[in-house]
Design a protein. Structure first.
Length: 337
């Protein structure tokens, strides 16, 4: 929660968030280690945890074998992935509970909502020259995606009927804030959550209205998806076209160097590659007009591919697949809703 706000302890705001988060992860790791050393329990060993350790080993090996080791990004990735280990241990032994974590996540969402309200009425500044409302982050997209991620938690609390009025109000505020922040990725996230909820509803109740009228609902949903996709593209046409260029060049970089350029080096190598692209005759006038300095790929898979190579893409994909598989095996799919 401390790393949600800018503490002004570092050179620029994003460092306050990332470095304080890493400090918190290391503190949790220390607590887990002390508890393990002085207790009789052992660290859990599951397929997911082994996969995480293997992924960290790959990142470190890839960084050390690259011509340049970008220590900040490499350290951030390794420490963030490593956080799964102490969290699994602390949750497994009751030092942290699911409710503790959910309360923390929801409290962070409330902090963002307070910032959004303050920025709307002019009490606080967003710190962004392009957007007046961003939440506690400088980038409204980051805030919007986080708020969407908290929606299932708020809805689940409504269904549990504890402090129902509060969580209904919170859910409405989350939806309103996402609409105000105007993030297309967040809108897609809400749609995905809706689809997951519908699938799980059918799994629990095969006689539900969704299943009964599927021949009508599915075509209607496809039409809505098509219309929404066109509308989302038109919302920020220049931005969308610019990202298509970024994805195009990123994909070409992965093909040219499938082993990757090194973790933390996307910004450097992409912008050099983009400059080469514009020096060539293949760049169109519209692409030249919309291009700008690019710090990220706006696509996790492509960014992992540019930095960590094809293996980086496969590791990220496998991570998400493994999470879903583990949840299904543990019959934990109803925990979200």
């Amino acid at each position: 929660m401390v790393c949600t706000i800018d503490t002004h302890l570092f050179v620029y705001p994003s460092l306050s968030r990332s470095l304080l988060m890493e400090t918190g992860i290391l503190l949790l790791s220390l607590i887990a280690t002390v508890h393990c050393l002085f207790g009789t329990d052992e660290m859990p060993t599951s397929s997911l945890l082994k996969f995480i350790l293997g992924w960290i080993a790959y990142i470190l090996f890839h960084g050390w074998s690259a011509p340049v080791l970008e220590e900040y990004r490499t350290g951030y990735l390794c420490i963030t992935l490593f956080s799964v280990l102490p969290l699994a241990y602390l949750c497994g032994h009751g030092l942290l509970t699911r409710k503790n974590i959910e309360n923390g996540l929801l409290l962070i969402a409330v902090i963002h909502l307070i910032y959004i309200i303050g920025q709307i009425i002019g009490l606080t500044d967003s710190g962004n020259t392009f957007f007046s409302v961003t939440g506690a982050n400088e980038n409204p997209t980051v805030t919007a995606i986080y708020l969407v991620g908290c929606m299932p938690l708020a809805v689940r609390r409504i269904m549990m009927k504890n402090h129902r009025s509060f969580y209904i109000t919170l859910s409405v505020c989350l939806l309103a804030s996402v609409a105000i922040l105007k993030c297309r990725t967040a809108y897609i996230g809400l749609f995905v959550e809706g689809v997951v909820w519908a699938i799980m509803n059918v799994r629990r109740n095969p006689r539900s209205a969704i299943f009964k009228y599927k021949r009508t609902i599915i075509p209607l949903a496809l039409v809505l998806v098509l219309f929404a996709s066109i509308r989302l593209y038109d919302m920020k046409r220049d931005s969308a076209a610019g990202r298509l260029l970024i994805w195009k060049i990123s994909a070409e970089m992965i093909v040219e160097k499938p082993q990757g350029y090194g973790y933390g080096l996307f910004e450097k190598h992409y912008n050099l590659r983009q400059a080469d692209y514009f020096r060539s005759i293949q760049a169109s006038a519209q692409e030249r007009q919309r291009a700008d300095f690019t710090p990220m790929a706006y696509n996790d898979y492509l960014e992992q591919g540019v930095e960590g190579g094809v293996a980086g893409i496969l590791l990220l994909t496998a991570f998400y697949i493994l999470l879903v598989v583990v949840a299904l095996r543990r019959h934990d799919t109803t925990a979200v809703w």
